[in-house]
Design a protein around this ligand. Structure first.
Ligand SMILES: NC(=O)c1ccc[n+]([C@@H]2O[C@H](COP(=O)([O-])OP(=O)(O)OC[C@H]3O[C@@H](n4cnc5c(N)ncnc54)[C@H](OP(=O)(O)O)[C@@H]3O)[C@@H](O)[C@H]2O)c1
Length: 295
């Protein structure tokens, strides 16, 4: 079957779902896209995406999801559901994808650091790895896409979105991967509408993309923020305690090298050449940098 007019279901259109949706709808291969939304949710898409097909569906209703995938002949399911929905919503989406007979590929809600081997860590990365294990266990072909930190989230992680300083825990000198949301969307749209869905580049593959390798200290300088070094456990400015803990957790991961898309949690080391190794699937693309994103 031609890659043109591929049918794709996108579960969740928020921080990363919207750039993915935008890239899909603007792609020259013209995929047919349906956006899934929870019943009762007020889904206000940006005005340039207002013509997208949005279908309310209960993520706990596997039969309803299966019928939806069959009716729209969905070939690819892309999940961008956030943490509260990682397990319940994604297991239901996966079960329905498997039962539909039409879905050939499932893209789980990774969109961050490499999580292979994180199962059992008791954190959000562990849960993402467990979802991938579930996809394996039901024999549903999947593609995991690792991106590092979204570029627009860098000021938030160092508390520099609301403050004149950047709050860095540890040295802030360990390089990590960042990729802009626009590039993530473009990459997803490119590989999922251009490659055969049976391609070994996609089937049960982990794609490690990278816009740029950079340190938090370099980011602070690019953002013109003075640096405040904070000890582990000291506060990084945040709106809630939950955010504070998340920022501290993410900075610990970054300091330890785990936020590079070349990192392997199973061997606890950087694999040479792995960071950005999937960039080659989007030949000729010029990836955005932190400097170009915040210019
Ligand atoms: N690497 C990074 O820097 C970074 C940053 C942020 C997020 N992420 C990752 O990106 C993924 C998506 O995060 P996001 O921030 O884009 O998500 P989000 O914007 O918080 O949510 C996306 C959409 O999912 C739906 N949703 C909300 N709660 C749900 C639930 N419990 N069950 C099912 N659907 C739910 C909502 O749509 P409806 O209301 O229409 O149903 C929402 O608009 C996650 O895996 C997250 O870890 C990575």
């Amino acid at each position: 079957m031609s890659a043109l007019n591929r049918s794709i279901a996108l579960a969740g259109a928020g921080a990363i779902g919207i750039p993915i949706l935008r890239a899909l709808l603007n792609h020259p291969n013209h995929p047919k896209v349906v956006v899934l939304t929870r019943p009762g949710s007020k889904k206000d898409l940006p005005s340039d995406l207002s013509l997208a097909t949005v279908i309310p569906v209960d993520y706990t209703d596997v039969a309803a999801l299966t019928a939806l995938f069959k009716e729209h002949n969905i070939e690819v399911v892309i999940s961008t559901v956030p943490p509260p929905g990682y397990v319940t919503a994604q297991h239901a989406l996966a079960d329905a994808a498997k039962a539909s007979g039409s879905v050939k590929l499932f893209v789980p809600s990774e969109w961050g650091v490499p999580t292979e081997g994180a199962k059992g860590e008791g954190n959000l990365f562990g849960v993402k790895d467990e979802v991938a294990e579930y996809l394996k266990s039901i024999g549903l072909p999947y593609t995991r896409i690792f991106t590092g930190l979204f570029t627009s989230f860098i000021p938030w992680v160092i508390g520099a979105d609301a403050e004149s300083s950047a709050y860095i825990q540890g040295t802030g000198k360990t390089p990590f991967t960042t990729t802009s949301e626009e590039d993530i969307g473009g990459f997803v749209a490119h590989v999922l509408t251009s490659l055969p869905l049976t391609s070994p580049d996609l089937v049960n593959a982990s794609l490690r993309i990278q816009g740029q390798k950079i340190t938090l200290q370099e980011c602070a300088r690019l953002l013109n923020k003075s640096i405040v070094l904070v000890a582990e456990g000291e506060s990084i400015p945040a709106k809630t305690d939950g955010e504070k803990h998340l920022k501290a957790f993410l900075q610990t991961q970054m300091e330890g090298g785990m936020a590079s898309t070349g990192w392997d949690r199973r061997s606890n080391r950087e694999i040479e050449g792995a960071a950005g190794s999937a960039n080659k699937l989007w030949e000729g693309h010029v990836w955005q940098t932190v400097a170009s994103s915040f210019a």
